[in-house]
Design a protein around this ligand. Structure first.
Ligand code: HEC
Ligand code: HEC
Ligand code: HEC
Ligand code: HEC
Ligand code: HEC
Length: 413
């Protein structure tokens, strides 16, 4: 609890009041009522998934009661703010960061396209799940910009009735109530099936101009976590893949590790089983997956080493087998660019960088998996076996045409 519990609340109220597009239920759910922040009962709108009645939306557009403290001398400390702790934690989290790329990307256009809005705005999320009174399903209309992952995203009555999420490959996955939110937005946008469909019946090592990079999207924790149960990585035919990472009770759900408001990980909880709460230093596996023989570092070290090796194999394959060198630029979509003259600089055409144009099916699969693992900074906790398997199989697949003695690398799947 901060020294001035009210201060963050007023900041949010100011910030929210400045956002024309923010849906009123989101505001109401802060527990603040017009005219003085005292009206809502403690805990209003606060039990996730319990179907509790929402605080009624406050009155009248045009009124700006949100920013005006009660008249007369007052001490902020004495004005109770229901849910102050949740509000303060949330306000400092990425979910509340209206200025981040994830929420401001469409500001110039003023509206978020329907296919993006379900994850990039609380309002879009509610429309997608039919929590706004409409019917659930893909959005038909764009959503105005200005929204974030607001309180009502996770505290809407009706959310408890949503029992499954539909994944990018069309598969439905059952979920317990509190997790529908996280699994909807952190599942990514592509699947191994999209890679298969794009490359079907093509010779594996022949560049095809019809191919372009398929991006798994960002912060895809749920995709990693579900692993082979969802199949959102590119899974090589004939191989088996680890399913959902069950970890160990009680750390089996997103919210058992992440505080749903601050999003921070409860490192103290890790130490009931592991010797450290620093996730990157934790290891259970007694095998060296990266061929180094070192098993004293965290499992993250093996994932990082194998990801680095796969990346160098991708670069080699592009130059030697596809015949056109590639440059990866993590700051710029679509991330893989052409360097046909191999001078180490991305080729330009009409003042714009040339997206990589010599994709072969084999290269696309490996690049998709490499980006998939990198798109989840918590892959080592969310599902280390799945991440290691995808990296291993991608390297094995590239090794053939590169004439590499794969077995000699000593990698363990
Ligand atoms: C299934 C949910 C989902 C959908 C649908 C979705 N996104 Fe995202 N997107 C996310 C999440 C989650 C992040 C946050 C990643 C982060 O910054 O931690 C994100 C991040 C982004 C970013 C910021 C990337 C960066 O480098 O910071 C951009 C840009 C973006 N998305 C564009 C789009 C576009 C364009 C669409 C529609 C064509 C779209 N997204 C649809 C979930 C989604
Ligand atoms: C990303 C989803 C998410 C968002 C956004 C969110 N909450 Fe929560 N909130 C939850 C979940 C899940 C729980 C249940 C936590 C538990 O069971 O430990 C919860 C619990 C609570 C509680 C119960 C006490 C506590 O802190 O655990 C309050 C109060 C609360 N939320 C208020 C808010 C307010 C106010 C906002 C907006 C400022 C907000 N929440 C935004 C998911 C969310
Ligand atoms: C409506 C979509 C949506 C929902 C629901 C949602 N998230 Fe997010 N989440 C996002 C977006 C978008 C970002 C990136 C925000 C940014 O870059 O500021 C993000 C960021 C994060 C981050 C990264 C924090 C950081 O510091 O970079 C974590 C962790 C996270 N979410 C966990 C969760 C958990 C746990 C839940 C469920 C309780 C959840 N999210 C529900 C869309 C969502
Ligand atoms: C066993 C605990 C645990 C579980 C369960 C868990 N996470 Fe994580 N998560 C972590 C840790 C630890 C990190 C890494 C934090 C770091 O080192 O940056 C992380 C990272 C993340 C990130 C990236 C944050 C960033 O810095 O960009 C997101 C997003 C995320 N988790 C969302 C989720 C979602 C959604 C779920 C449920 C599907 C989930 N997590 C389940 C522990 C967990
Ligand atoms: C109740 C005990 C328990 C708690 C609490 C717990 N873990 Fe674990 N953790 C395990 C077990 C058991 C495994 C091995 C699971 C498996 O491989 O199926 C594991 C595996 C891991 C791994 C993968 C190690 C490897 O070599 O593959 C990481 C990373 C990890 N835990 C991080 C965390 C973090 C971070 C937290 C706290 C947020 C946490 N764990 C909390 C029991 C726990």
């Amino acid at each position: 609890m901060p020294a001035h519990p009210l201060a963050p609340a007023w900041i949010i109220v100011l910030a929210l009041a400045a956002m024309p597009g923010l849906p009123r239920p989101g505001l109401a759910q802060t527990g603040l009522e017009p005219g003085g922040a005292t009206a809502a009962p403690p805990g209003a709108g606060a039990s996730a998934g319990s179907g509790a009645a929402p605080v009624p939306a406050p009155a009248l557009p045009g009124e700006v009661p949100w920013v005006i403290p009660p008249s007369g001398p007052f001490n902020p400390e004495t004005i109770p703010v229901p849910n102050a702790a949740a509000i303060a934690a949330w306000a400092r989290s990425a979910h509340a960061d209206a200025g981040s790329e994830a929420f401001s990307h469409w500001n110039d256009e003023g509206e978020i396209p329907p296919v993006c809005a379900n994850c990039h705005s609380g309002m879009g999320f509610r429309a997608f799940h039919g929590l706004d009174g409409g019917s659930p399903g893909p959005l038909e209309a764009p959503v105005q910009t200005g929204g974030v992952v607001d309180c009502a995203t996770c505290h809407s009555p009706g959310l408890a009735d949503v029992t499954e999420v539909v994944l990018p490959n069309g598969m439905s996955h059952p979920v317990p109530p509190g997790e529908v939110t996280c699994l909807t937005c952190h599942q990514g946008r592509s699947s191994g099936d999209s890679v298969t469909a794009a490359t079907e019946n093509m010779p594996p090592d022949t560049p095809n101009p019809a191919l372009s990079f398929i991006n798994p999207h960002y912060a895809i924790a749920a995709a990693t976590w579900l692993g082979g149960h969802a199949g959102l990585g590119y899974q090589y035919p004939g191989k088996t893949y680890a399913g959902r990472f069950l970890h160990a009770p009680p750390v089996t759900t997103c919210n058992s590790c992440h505080d749903p408001h601050s999003l921070r990980v409860n490192e103290t909880a890790c130490r009931t089983c592991h010797t450290t709460g620093q996730s990157r230093d934790i290891r259970i596996s007694r095998q060296s997956h990266d061929g180094s023989g070192v098993t004293t570092k965290g499992i993250r070290a093996d994932i990082d080493a194998n990801a680095a090796r796969l990346k160098s194999m991708i670069l080699d394959y592009a130059a030697k087998v596809a015949g056109v060198p590639v440059i990866y630029d993590g700051e710029r979509h679509p991330y893989f660019f052409t360097d046909a003259n191999d001078d180490g600089v991305v080729d330009q055409s009409g003042g714009r960088p040339v997206a990589y144009n010599a994709w072969t099916p084999r290269l696309l699969r490996a690049a998709y998996n490499w980006k998939f693992v990198n798109a989840d900074p918590g892959a080592h906790v969310h599902n280390p076996p799945y991440a290691l398997q995808l990296l291993h199989d991608s390297m094995e697949d590239l090794a053939g045409p590169l004439d590499l003695d794969f077995a000699a690398l000593g990698l363990v799947r």
